[in-house]
Design a binder for this molecule. Structure first.
Ligand code: ZN
Length: 314
């Protein structure tokens, strides 16, 4: 009997420890209450065993998720504020880093169509290195049949052609990388808690043609003011054929927020804005079929879901 008991000790406990270390996500959640509850369940099962922290290479860090979905923003936090990244890469592009509440953080954009495993690598000026793998999950995006507003006077292929031209124009702005980060606080929703009338990534079909919606639509009451999501510098302000009255705010180091289809804009190119400043009023201008605010967020030219992006730092 004693030997059976010993065999159980020898076989079962190491298996359990192995299972725990393999299945516990390599993340420390941003919500401390969730972190402590998951530790509790393990401690109760194995009261004599202290759960081992998974071992990582490199400095102490926290990743908000290792299994992001297409369009998400994963948040990387490095706990040592003196760390200086020398080189970094994720999906072939360098990352941007920010000082935030005594940490060094980076917003990691997860593009649509990037399902699979992707390695994140950073080397620091002190010689340390870190590598993490993000397992990008597929997201189901809804498909809707949507007409083109008559006021545009465009067929679907003409609209798609024009959107491609507009994208080229905007990329010259969105490719800017200031050395300075203009913000030091979390981002906010530009029209409060308004209802969402269009989601990020949904596909809008007109006949055979498909247009991917690379932002989120809010439907606040008419006349609602639009507020800057965070501090930054106005890079574009004015009327555009497709996007209507629009504003682009550069938040620094490759992060931009775009506000489209407004009734009017109340800022000018070059203005510095603070989080919450009024930049315009909700409207129905350009490629739009009703009053709403379209918000897009770009991180190093990658379009991400603005809702997930804003929530990443909260
Ligand atoms: Zn929209």
């Amino acid at each position: 009997m004693k030997y059976v008991f010993l065999a159980i000790l020898i076989l079962v406990i190491p298996t359990a420890v192995f299972w725990y270390t393999q299945t516990t996500p390599n993340t420390i959640t941003l919500n401390p209450s969730l972190a402590s509850s998951s530790n509790h369940s393990v401690e109760n099962r194995f009261p004599d065993l202290k759960p081992k922290k998974p071992e990582f290479s490199g400095p102490r860090s926290e990743l908000s998720t290792q299994d992001p979905k297409e369009g998400d923003t994963a948040l990387l936090s490095l706990f040592d504020p003196s760390l200086v990244p020398a080189t970094s890469s994720f999906m072939g592009n360098p990352l941007s880093f920010f000082s935030y509440e005594g940490h060094v953080i980076s917003f990691i954009p997860i593009p649509i169509g990037s399902v699979g495993n992707h390695e994140l690598h950073i080397s620091f000026t002190n010689g340390e290195e870190m590598t993490r793998v993000l397992r990008v999950q597929k997201k189901q995006f809804p498909v809707y049949n949507v007409g083109i507003p008559k006021k545009l006077g465009l067929t679907a292929p003409e609209l798609i052609q024009k959107l491609a031209e507009e994208k080229k124009n905007l990329d010259s702005i969105l490719g800017l990388q200031t050395k300075e980060a203009y913000f030091s606080r979390p981002f906010i929703f530009p029209v409060g808690d308004a209802l969402i009338s269009g989601t990020f990534g949904e596909i809008r079909k007109t006949g055979k043609d498909e247009i991917r919606h690379l932002g989120v639509d809010f439907a606040p009451p008419d006349g609602t003011s639009v507020h800057a999501s965070n501090d930054g510098v106005i890079e574009k302000a004015g009327l555009d054929d497709l996007y209507g009255n629009m504003v682009i705010i550069d938040h620094g180091r490759g992060i931009f927020s775009l506000y489209l289809h407004m009734k009017l804009v109340s800022v000018k190119i070059g203005n510095k804005v603070k989080r919450g400043d009024v930049i315009g009023i909700v409207g129905n201008t350009g490629y739009s079929t009703g009053e709403h605010l379209h918000l897009s967020v770009k991180i190093n030219t990658v379009s991400v879901d603005p809702i997930a992006f804003i929530k990443a730092l909260r």
